[in-house]
Ligand binder design. Structure first.
Ligand code: TYD
Ligand code: MG
Length: 366
């Protein structure tokens, strides 16, 4: 039956819904992040997720060898996915603006199309001409990719049904809207419902779906965080805009490990996989310079050698400065405190600068 319209207050940080407006979200503890939205009728999402034809099956009789995976033909991405995309699954590709999400998406589209599959690339952010310009910078882009500049989910699903693609990419989920939600594109309810409708289309059609999602500077996935439970795979694309180096991690993977990382370099011709990251990081190192040290890190299951540079200088006056790039401030403060207390090394009154070369962020505690 028709659901009566009522309001809920949704958290823009974690997506939790509250029946009334509160200064602080009781779920994630964030302040001033609840916004009013029209509630959907009860059970809307549940009905979609279950479908009508599902019946209990005995565990032993379930077929495990379904369709083979759809290789993205980009080995660093296939590695992170665990051998390619699973047909009918939904992947969320999150990252800060400018990190290279659209570039990676277009390169995946190109490779998959080149391998003889059908690809639909939907952009709510760029015009077809802009996408064409980007494509011209990249390696040969096959002309057969279907481009659609559209933000209405109903229209997208219509074209999707008609084209029957093997892979659909939607850039970005924050620009999408569907008719049954009144709030603006980018709002929690709109992002969640648009993604749910696109995900349902993926499951129905058997196409693999990539949703691109912007992440805000403070690290919270504005919108995409809300989608983590709804998608099968959450990929985080990380990197420093001033450096070419990019890391791709799986934060969630229903079909594989979350231990693998993909390594890329952003060049003038798009993203290139980096098979030996150590070679890349140590290429410009001048041997024997003081304050430089090579450190082995483990990123997922991949060992990586990176250069850490440190400089200790006499503090001019007042509080000594500690400046860290690619390294956690608190950890450096701790190491310095230990050095000061337990050794003869006198660092307490000196300026200390620590930098990881190549724009790498070291989080591994070893
Ligand atoms: P983009 O994919 O647009 O990032 P996002 O979709 O995550 O916002 O890429 C952003 C940057 O990458 C942009 O500053 C230009 C740069 N770039 C290259 O260096 N080489 C390339 O071949 C392309 C297409 C982009
Ligand atoms: Mg983009």
């Amino acid at each position: 039956g028709m659901a009566k319209k009522r309001s809920v207050f949704a958290c823009t940080e974690c997506g939790a819904q509250q029946p009334r407006s509160l200064g602080r979200c009781p779920d994630c503890g964030g302040w001033d992040c609840l916004v009013e939205e029209a509630a959907l009728g009860p059970g809307t999402q549940k009905a979609q997720a279950l479908g009508e034809s599902n019946k209990p099956q005995s565990l032993g009789e379930i077929e495990v060898n379904g369709q083979p995976r759809l290789a993205t033909e980009i080995s660093e991405l296939d590695r992170v996915l665990g051998g390619g995309a699973v047909p009918g699954s939904v992947m969320l590709l999150g990252g800060e603006p400018g990190v290279g999400k659209s570039t990676l998406s277009l390169q995946v589209a190109a490779r998959v199309q080149q391998a003889g599959r059908r690809v639909l690339y939907v952009s709510g952010e760029e015009s077809p001409a802009q996408i064409r310009l980007r494509a011209d910078r990249l390696e040969a882009v096959p002309s057969g990719i279907r481009l659609l500049a559209e933000t209405g989910v109903e229209a997208i699903v219509g074209h999707w049904t008609e084209l029957a693609p093997d892979l659909v990419l939607v850039d970005s989920i924050q620009t999408m809207h569907c008719e049954r939600v009144e709030s603006a594109p980018g709002s929690v309810a709109q992002v969640r419902e648009s993604a749910a409708m696109l995900a349902a289309a993926a499951r129905r059609s058997g196409a693999a779906l990539v949703l691109v999602g912007h992440v805000t500077k403070d690290g919270s996935l504005a919108g995409p965080r809300v989608l983590e439970h709804l998608v099968d795979v959450v990929l985080a694309f990380e990197g420093d805009r001033d450096h070419a180096f990019r890391l791709l991690r799986a934060l969630k993977n229903r079909f594989g490990s979350t231990q693998e990382v993909g390594v890329f370099r952003m060049d003038a011709e798009g993203l290139a996989g980096v098979e030996n990251p150590s070679e890349h990081f140590l290429a410009e190192r001048s041997k024997g310079s003081p304050g430089s040290c090579i450190v082995p890190l483990l990123e997922g299951t991949r060992p990586m050698l990176v250069e850490v540079q440190a400089l200790v200088a006499n503090a001019a006056y007042g509080m000594p400065r500690r400046t860290c790039m690619g390294f956690e401030d608190g950890r450096v403060a701790l190491l310095l405190a230990v050095l000061d207390r337990r050794s003869e090394v006198d660092v307490a009154a000196r300026d200390v600068f620590v930098n990881v070369a190549g724009g790498v962020r070291v989080v591994e505690p070893s």
